[in-house]
Design a protein around this ligand. Structure first.
Ligand SMILES: C[S@@+](CC[C@H](N)C(=O)[O-])C[C@H]1O[C@@H](n2cnc3c(N)ncnc32)[C@H](O)[C@@H]1O
Length: 309
């Protein structure tokens, strides 16, 4: 594939833990550049790929030349995975993988406004047809709402300063581009070797523009319902708020001990849940090869099998 690329993170760990096999049905809700999807296909699985970014669909079309109808693509938010699966006639799946956030290709495209490395329009939408841009939020939210927006990624105590800086900049009419935003949050000069101060402000803004936590919170129960017995849910996150939500979801749905028949009688469905869950971190070798993987966390939940019922 020409053009920008994206190296799939925690791929070996995903394949070893979630063990996709020949003939299984998998959803890759974050197709991106197709790295995880290709690995699932290589293992013989059928893959339903989704992505909110229409550019991902073009790459999926190219990959179909290799994989034929074992690869399907349905555009949209992975929180709508049940409808997407129904669209191609799948009632349940053996695995769901979500690799959250944006791809290196999106980050490195100056026109998308995801990076403070270029002066670009304040957009940040994964789906360019999405209802709000970063510029809309920065112009329209009140100071308190901006504080809440930044709090998702900012350090404690930092959100109010960021919100005030935004309000001041827009009052002066100086908040049109990513460069204006960097200047407004007082982050033009990072101290050497430290994380750029605009990084957290950009991340919080991107997460709000794309309702990333909301999408994840809707997707987790949707995935659990869609998984067949023995199915695996694998989520890679790069941010502690996302990882915390995945951890809590897996913990809340972890079945403890043998499943008792419910009081409602034999015809009632047994409780849905996971029999096991585990967390995986990137190896030192992966971090050296791909520094972007440093903050990645993979969590896998194994849904109970028929024997566990
Ligand atoms: C980290 S990249 C995935 C990279 C991919 N695993 C690979 O190996 O190339 C995340 C991708 O998921 C998409 N995405 C993020 N959140 C999404 C959501 N809620 N629904 C659908 N796609 C989403 C982004 O547009 C981006 O293309």
């Amino acid at each position: 594939m020409d053009g920008p690329q994206h190296e799939p993170v925690l791929l070996r760990e995903l394949l070893e833990a979630a063990a996709p096999t020949d003939g299984e049905h998998w959803i890759d809700g974050t197709f991106g550049f197709g790295g995880h999807a290709a690995a699932l296909l290589e293992r013989g699985a059928r893959v339903l790929a989704m992505d909110r970014d229409p550019e991902a669909e073009q790459r999926a079309v190219l990959l179909r030349a290799t994989w034929g109808d074992r690869l399907s693509f349905v555009p949209g938010n992975f929180s709508e995975m049940a409808a997407a699966a129904a669209e191609i006639g799948w009632g349940s799946v053996d695995g769901v993988v979500l690799d959250l956030g944006i791809s290196s290709g999106q980050l490195d495209d100056p026109s998308r406004g995801f990076s403070f490395r270029w002066d670009a329009p304040l957009d940040m939408r994964m789906d360019p047809a999405g209802p709000v841009t970063a510029g809309d939020l920065l112009q329209e939210l009140g100071e308190d709402d901006l504080v809440r927006l930044f709090a998702v990624a900012a350090r404690p105590g930092e959100s109010r300063r960021l919100a005030r800086a935004v309000v001041r900049a827009r009052q002066r009419g100086r908040l049109q581009t990513t460069g204006d935003f960097v200047a407004a949050v007082g982050a033009a000069r990072p101290s050497r070797g430290r994380i750029h101060p605009a990084t957290r402000a950009f991340l919080a803004l991107r997460m709000a523009v794309n309702d990333e936590l909301g999408s994840l919170e809707r997707a987790l129960p949707a995935a659990l319902r869609l998984l067949a017995p023995g199915g695996r849910l694998a989520v890679i996150s790069f941010h502690s708020e996302e990882d915390r939500r995945v951890k809590l979801f897996l913990r809340e749905h972890l079945l403890r001990g043998p499943v008792e028949p419910s009081d409602a009688g034999e015809s009632s469905e047994p409780e849905e849940g996971f029999v096991r869950q585990a967390r995986f971190l990137p190896s030192e070798e992966e971090i050296l090869r791909n520094p972007r993987s440093r903050s990645a966390r993979l969590r896998v939940g194994w849904k109970k099998t028929r024997e566990d019922l």
